[in-house]
Design a protein around this ligand. Sequence first.
Ligand SMILES: [Zn+2]
Length: 231
Amino acid sequence: MSTTRASSPPEAVGDAGPDPGLAMEARRLHRSLIEAVLATGSVPSVRELADRLGTTEDAIHSGQAELAIADYVALDDRGQVSCLYPFSTTPTSHVIVINGQPQYAMCSIDALGMPAMLGQALDIAAGCAVCDRPITFRVAPGTIVAATPSEAMVVARPDEAEPAFATCCPFTVFVCGQEHADQFMRRIAGTQGLPLTEALRHAEEIFGSLLTEVIPASRPRGRRWGQSRDA
Ligand SMILES: [Zn+2]
């Protein structure tokens, strides 16, 4: 997938004072995109969005560019939304069933954030990133209800300055247990194994409030979790 980014991440707008939140127009567009993906599994065309929001295609294009700068979406070469965190608009190995419909998450952390974001228990199906063994979860907001195999864990690369889809999502995966976590961490520098409960906490910090009225001016990023346990 070739994905480009409109510009580098915005500077923090002054350290003092509360985050005023994403501008209302951009917020409306962002919410429409998420609602459409939840309803249909795909991102509507610019034309459809313009009709739905009673605005022009130009306004949608610039709104999408604004959302990309704020890191809420990524755009492809043609300016189409290719990722709408936590959703991927193309199939990935992290499948979440929402209202009977399969949806795809950008990475394991994004998948774990969806139950809190939607306020409902969800089933997640994935595969071990090392051996491809099927891994399934039932996750409710705040709780891993069930995991098969029970030793399954997350291996994650924290997202920092760079857009997540490029630097972190491909390396933020599920593995079937500690042995394959260790193998993956040896293979990919900068990754870290996380127990499911810890991964869930981080996921909920990032995605738990994504559907609330006001969201931050730029997408909250995974912070640098834990120190490497013993490198
Ligand atoms: Zn495995």
